[in-house]
Design a protein around this ligand. Structure first.
Ligand SMILES: Nc1nc(=O)c2c([nH]1)NC[C@@H]1CN(c3ccc(C(=O)N[C@@H](CCC(=O)O)C(=O)O)cc3)C=[N+]21
Length: 286
């Protein structure tokens, strides 16, 4: 029998990054007298969003980044939401803007996304930032795939020439993930809901990255011996948080694997902080 997979510890790496950011914020605060600020737009009262926002605010607080939640009622009109967004777009004290998803059904997500000031769009929802990613430019990258790349970097995992399969093709995870990997010269396949035989791709891959939102989607028979498996799924099953990978079985076969919780999630939050700090530094230089 093969050895168990190495656990890629997103929580530990996230703490490492938080310490680095905290030190830099402390230094900048002394020089500038102000700290970076993140504004979170929260429409409605989805409990999952509320708890995620609390987590973000706790970690912002820990590293010395100011955070505010702009709490808006579920029934807010599109126009009023755009007005609130515009206030943040034009507020010199606001460095990062995060629009908590999902938005209510009567709001046109696309209109809202296109209205974010791209310079403050730390989630990289705006087409400007996505376009820069396509040409490997210097702009914001969606936090979750950015966090996965940071995890590869901090574990010295080489991507050049590797066969990688991304399962899931959302605008905020799967697609930008594939572009980031391609920019590092990995050979990338993207599987999704209409892929006929996802296993035929994952079985041949050195690295499998899953962001589908389906518990136990990836089973041990679907991964190559020694492969690296990154689980981006966050699902609630019987009151517990689980990913998209059958973790217990897959870890017997994989070479390295991220746990849920404690894997991609904490890396996402670390990138949120990193990008808010980046915006702050860029706004100082303008
Ligand atoms: N505009 C926008 N940007 C987002 O980035 C965004 C969003 N909307 N809407 C909701 C999802 C969800 N999401 C999570 C990120 C990290 C954890 C995380 O760190 N979770 C911990 C577990 C926390 C627990 O146990 O409750 C972990 O994985 O270890 C969770 C959820 C970001 N999202």
């Amino acid at each position: 029998m093969s050895e168990e997979a190495m656990i890629l510890d997103g929580s530990a790496k996230s703490k490492e990054i938080q310490d680095e950011i905290s030190a830099e914020v402390e230094e900048l605060k002394e020089e500038e007298g102000v700290v970076p600020k993140l504004s979170i737009i929260f429409v409605g009262d989805n409990p999952a969003s509320a708890s995620y926002i609390k987590l973000q605010q706790r970690i912002c607080n820990k590293v010395g980044i100011e955070s505010e939640v702009v709490d808006l009622p579920e029934e807010i009109s599109q126009e009023d939401l755009l007005d609130e967004l515009d206030k943040l777009n034009n507020d010199d004290e606001v460095n990062g803007i995060l629009i908590q998803m999902p938005l209510p059904d009567h709001i046109d997500d696309d209109k809202v996304i296109r209205a974010i000031n791209p310079d403050k769009d730390i989630d990289a929802f705006h087409p400007y930032n996505i376009g820069e990613l396509v040409i490997d430019g210097d702009a914001y990258v969606p936090c979750t795939p950015e966090g996965v790349m940071e995890l590869f970097d901090r574990y010295d995992i080489e991507l050049r020439g590797k066969d990688v399969t991304v399962v899931g093709h959302s605008n905020i995870v799967g697609k930008p993930m594939a572009l980031l990997l391609l920019n590092e010269n990995a050979t990338v396949s993207v599987c999704h809901i209409d892929t006929e035989d996802t296993a035929s791709y994952t079985k041949e891959s050195d690295i499998v990255i899953v962001a589908a939102g389906v518990p136990n989607l990836i089973t041990a028979d679907m991964v190559k011996e020694g492969a690296i498996v990154i689980d981006v799924g966050i699902n609630e099953v019987d009151g517990e948080i689980v990913g998209d990978v059958d973790f217990e079985k897959v870890k017997e076969k994989a070479g390295a694997i991220t746990p849920v919780p404690g894997g991609a999630g904490p890396m996402t939050i670390a990138m949120l902080l990193k990008d808010t700090l980046k915006s702050y530094k860029e706004m100082l230089n303008k």
